[in-house]
Design a protein around this ligand. Structure first.
Ligand code: PRP
Length: 206
């Protein structure tokens, strides 16, 4: 597994703005999707392509296309929905697989409440979306269920991650790649990321 911190100036700038305490719902939604587009660009750079011949304006022309079955994007409800438009701007035809999971406020353990995966998911690269990787419990449970469904290649995109959660995921799933705009300082005693974003689900859904 590799953890990639995407520290492009545009990402850094947008991340700084999304951390503002009094940010509006509209701005939080816009920035989540903007950062997600940039994370998608980085995270998809190793997708394989193959040559194919199309009819261009001057006749046949050889072009590149993504090889094989394409990806499925896996937003983790609720907050992952806030990044979905961003990735769909970049991969418009992508299949969407939905995983509903919330973190029990007391135990901090993930609780699954809905799963609907794309057909032929075992042939696709799964790209998980969630604004936050905190203790890592939600991500580990989601990767567990995707692997059980046959997924072999799994990538995760996060706006911010906590070092404690990253370490746990690395130990549990060493084959999964993580792309994030930042690995923040730490978790507080309630399992919130510092400096973090606050409660991204509440900020996106109002
Ligand atoms: C948040 C976040 C992740 C999870 C991260 O969701 O969006 O899914 O917590 O925490 P973890 O790494 O400690 O498991 P939350 O449970 O608040 O649900 P929501 O998206 O429905 O608001």
């Amino acid at each position: 597994m590799a953890v990639y911190v995407v520290d492009h100036p545009l990402v850094k700038h947008k991340l700084g703005r999304i951390r503002e305490a009094d940010i509006s719902v509209a701005e939080f939604r816009a920035l989540s999707n903007e950062i997600c587009r940039l994370l998608t660009y980085e995270a998809t750079k190793s997708l394989e392509t193959e040559k194919c011949t199309i009819t261009g304006w001057a006749g046949p022309v050889e072009v590149d296309q993504i090889k094989g079955k394409k990806a499925t994007v896996v937003p983790i409800l609720r907050a992952g929905i806030g990044m979905l438009d961003g990735i769909m701007d970049m991969i418009p035809g992508v299949k969407v697989s939905v995983v509903g999971m919330f973190r029990n406020e007391e135990t901090l353990e993930p609780e699954e409440y809905y799963v609907k995966l794309a057909k032929n998911i075992e042939e696709r690269t799964a790209i998980i979306l969630d604004p936050m990787l905190a203790t890592g419990g939600t991500l580990i449970a989601t990767i567990d269920l995707l692997k059980k469904a046959g997924c072999k290649k799994i990538i995760g995109l996060f706006l911010v991650a906590a070092p404690e959660g990253v370490e746990r995921v690395v130990a549990a799933h060493p084959d999964v790649d993580i792309y994030t705009a930042s690995v923040d300082e730490r978790l507080n005693e309630h399992g919130y990321i510092l400096p973090g974003l606050g409660d991204a689900g509440d900020k996106i859904f109002g």
